[in-house]
Design a binder for this molecule. Structure first.
Ligand SMILES: [Zn+2]
Length: 325
């Protein structure tokens, strides 16, 4: 029999007790603390280590650390302690159950509230609706990288464009050009940062950013989880389009561009609002499932241009909406 009070990380799983294996731990292993299993919940059942199944010496070692020899009588104090421990473990398991149940309820409730907030902005044909509401009309969205940067930046703005990792070495000076100079090229690189940069830089880092005219809102789990089927990906984009309507209507953001990434989300570019409004958005970001890393770092992140091919789907990103500054 094993003394459960001496074990670390004790949890009950069905009619099994799982804990850190003291023998593995002594040898520096079992980081997660779940190697030891004991049938039953009182430490009295068969036990073993999942990393050393059928290893008698390992079992003996475990016993030497936490075993209770069978041929001795328990003192009344030990018996009481044992019963108290058992009660405590049962209560802890129940509290854990309640906590998980409560969390699930709350998550469902938050998702319901979110979907209710977005419902008025859902449309049957969000792609067409975005396209029709775009101040600039375009029939061949794939061919619009030039219009994209011309519409969002001033000719003298220094922009970083390139592949994701084109940053940090001397040769990457070529990835920083004025908007005017980029426009002279026939083909533009697949990615761009949303900020403008200081002259003479080689690094697309936060410190090199001169101005941050835009913020980017993206959510790849608005449906409550990451989409895994084509239907769920469409559903997530449809809700994302509703979020765009909501952000303009209720958050007062000015929409500049919408890019369908070619996978499961939309990138919505907005004018960066004043800091007070920005702080309000930061507080709401988690509740709205907005990607907070992109929100904070879009000015120096390698964002998809309208023709960027998505690695996972092999589909080009598509510009759906463009509103020149
Ligand atoms: Zn072990």
């Amino acid at each position: 029999m094993l003394d459960l009070s001496k074990l670390k990380n004790v949890t009950q799983r069905g009619n099994k007790t799982i804990a850190a294996c003291p023998a593995c731990r002594v040898a520096g292993g079992d980081d997660k603390g779940n190697h030891l299993f004991i049938n039953g919940t009182d430490g009295n059942g068969e036990y073993g280590c999942v990393a050393h199944e059928g290893d008698g010496a390992h079992r003996k070692e475990i016993f030497s650390y936490v075993g209770i020899p069978e041929n001795r009588d328990f003192t009344p104090e030990e018996k009481r302690q044992w019963a108290a421990d058992k009660r405590e473990r049962k209560q802890a398991a129940h509290r854990e159950y309640l906590r998980i149940t409560e969390q699930e309820k709350l998550t469902t409730r938050i998702q319901e509230i979110l979907e209710r907030k977005l419902a008025p902005y859902l449309t049957n044909d969000w792609q067409a609706d975005l396209w029709h509401s775009s101040p600039i009309r375009f029939d061949h969205p794939e061919a619009l990288p030039h219009d994209f940067i011309r519409s969002l930046f001033k000719p003298d703005d220094i922009l970083w464009m390139g592949e994701t990792y084109d940053t940090g070495s001397p040769q990457h000076a070529a990835n920083f050009k004025t908007c005017r100079d980029w426009l002279k090229l026939d083909t533009l690189p697949p990615r761009i940062a949303a900020g403008t940069f200081h002259q003479g830089g080689i690094s697309r880092s936060k410190d090199s950013v001169k101005t941050s005219p835009f913020i980017l809102l993206e959510s790849d789990d608005l449906i409550g989880h990451k989409p895994s089927t084509p239907e769920e990906r469409q559903q997530n984009k449809s809700l994302s389009s509703a979020l765009i309507g909501y952000a303009q209507d209720k958050l007062g953001l000015t929409l500049r561009a919408v890019i369908d990434t070619g996978n499961k989300s939309l990138h919505a570019w907005y004018d960066r609002p004043p800091e007070a409004a920005m702080n309000a958005i930061r507080k709401m970001a988690a509740g709205l499932h907005i990607d907070q890393a992109i929100l904070e770092r879009c000015q120096s992140s390698p964002l998809r241009m309208p023709h960027c091919i998505h690695e996972k789907t092999n589909t080009p990103a598509r510009l759906l909406y463009l509103n020149p500054i």
